[in-house]
Design a protein. Structure first.
Length: 358
C-alpha cells in the first residue's frame, strides 16, 4: 500500500483541553519533531507483552525495476509514530530490520527524485518474517527533488574516496555504525568536500548523540556543494527539531531560492515560520507543498489546522482535520485527532459560522 510521504515523527503527545485556543498546541505535539533527525535506533517493548524475534526484509527498486544505488533511506515506525529504526538501504537496494516486538509497523522508504513510499506491515499469527519489495515511483523530471538526487562532489571525489563511501553505505545498512563512521572518516580525509559523505556522517553522528558534530558535517556539506539540497533539508529539519527556528529560516530560504519548487524545503520552512509565530508565511509555505507535490505528507492538513486555529478560523481548521481523517481514517493520528475534536467541541464551533471569527 502506498500513501503520501511525510517527514519523520516522534512519539506524539496530546494536550487534553476543552479550549479551542489550545488545540493548535495539541497538533504541534501530535506532529512533534516530525521534521527532525533520526534518533538512536531502539526497540519498543511494552511492559507485560510477550516478545519473539521477528524480521522485516526486502528490496527497493524503481518502478521500472532498476536499482537506485545509494541514497535510499528506510525507516520503521510504531503505530504511535515512534521511530524504531532508520538506516540506508544497501547499494543493491536490500534492507532488513529484526528483533522488534510483535505488532503493526509503518515502513517508510524515501529517495531523492522519487515519491516516498509508506506501507503498513502487520505480522499474522505464527509469521516471523515479512518481505516487502518496494517499487519507488519517479517524480517528474522538472521536480526539484530530482535535482537534489545528485551531488556534484560525487563525480569530483577520487575513486578511493568513493570506494570508502560505498563500504560505509553497506555498513550503515547493517547497523555497524563504528565501521561506517571509520570509512566515512576515511572518505572525507581523502576528499574533505565530499558532500554526500559529510551528510551520511551527520546521520551517524546524530545517532551517536553528537548533534553538534552532525550539524558541523552538514554545514561543511553545504559549503562544499551549495547545490546539494539534501544537506539543507536535513540541517533545516535538525534545527527545527531543536526549536532553533530563527537559525533554520535563513538556511532554508537560501535553499529555496536555489530550488523554489522543492516541496521538502517548503514544508520545513512552514515548520520554521510557524515556530516563529509567522503564521501567514507558514500557511503560504504549506500551500506550496500542495502545489509542488501531488502526494503531500499525510499530516499536512494538521499543520494547516494549527495555522487556522492561530488565526481563529475554526471552520477552516475543522475542514483540514476532516481532510486528514478522510485521507487517513485509520492513520496513526486519527484517533487522537478525533479525540481532540470531541474534547474541544470543534464540531460545534464549526457549525456556528457566526462565531468562527470572534
Amino acid at each position: 500500500m502506498r500513501s503520501a510521504p511525510h517527514s519523520r515523527p516522534v512519539l506524539p503527545r496530546l494536550a487534553h483541553s476543552s479550549r479551542v485556543c489550545l488545540l493548535c498546541l495539541s497538533f504541534v505535539f501530535v506532529l512533534g519533531a516530525s521534521s527532525g533527525q533520526a534518533q538512536q535506533p531502539q526497540q519498543i517493548t511494552p511492559p507485560n507483552t510477550p516478545s519473539r524475534t521477528i524480521r522485516i526484509q526486502g528490496t527497493v527498486r524503481t518502478s521500472e525495476g532498476a536499482r537506485l544505488g545509494t541514497g535510499v533511506k528506510v525507516r520503521l515506525e510504531g503505530e504511535d509514530g515512534h521511530l524504531i529504526f532508520e538506516r540506508p538501504a544497501d547499494s543493491d537496494g536490500s534492507f532488513y530490520f529484526e528483533g522488534m516486538q510483535e505488532r503493526r509497523y509503518l515502513l517508510v522508504v524515501a529517495s531523492s527524485g522519487f515519491e516516498t513510499h509508506q506501507e503498513i506491515l502487520e505480522f499474522p499469527e505464527g509469521v516471523h518474517v515479512l518481505v516487502s519489495n518496494v517499487a519507488l515511483i519517479r517524480l517528474p523530471k522538472d521536480s526539484a527533488d530530482a535535482a537534489a538526487a545528485e551531488s556534484r562532489s560525487d563525480s569530483m571525489a577520487p575513486k578511493n574516496a568513493r570506494k570508502e563511501f560505498e563500504k560505509a553505505s553497506k555498513e550503515l545498512a547493517a547497523q555497524d555504525l563504528e565501521k561506517a563512521k571509520a570509512d566515512l572518516d576515511s572518505a572525507i580525509k581523502l576528499y574533505p568536500c565530499y558532500a554526500r559523505a559529510q551528510a551520511h556522517l551527520a546521520t551517524v553522528l546524530e545517532t551517536r548523540h553528537d548533534p553538534s558534530g552532525a550539524e558541523a558535517a552538514l554545514r561543511k556539506a553545504i559549503g562544499c556543494d551549495p547545490d546539494y539540497l539534501s544537506s539543507y533539508i536535513v540541517l533545516g529539519q535538525m534545527l527545527n527539531d531543536q526549536k532553533r527556528f530563527a537559525e533554520s529560516v535563513p538556511i532554508l530560504e537560501a535553499a529555496e531560492r536555489r530550488s523554489p519548487s522543492s516541496w521538502q524545503l517548503c514544508y520545513q520552512l512552514g515548520v520554521a515560520y510557524f515556530g516563529l509565530e509567522q503564521y501567514t508565511k507558514a500557511e503560504s509555505e504549506y500551500r506550496k507543498v500542495l502545489e509542488f507535490n501531488p502526494s503531500p505528507p499525510a499530516e499536512l492538513p494538521l499543520r494547516l489546522a494549527d495555522v487556522y486555529l492561530k488565526a481563529k478560523d475554526y471552520q477552516k481548521a475543522y475542514s483540514e482535520m476532516e481532510q486528514y481523517l478522510k485521507s487517513e481514517p485509520n492513520g496513526r493520528f486519527a484517533e487522537k485527532v478525533r479525540g481532540i475534536m470531541r474534547q474541544t467541541k470543534v464540531s460545534r464551533v464549526a457549525n456556528q459560522p457566526q462565531a468562527a471569527n470572534q
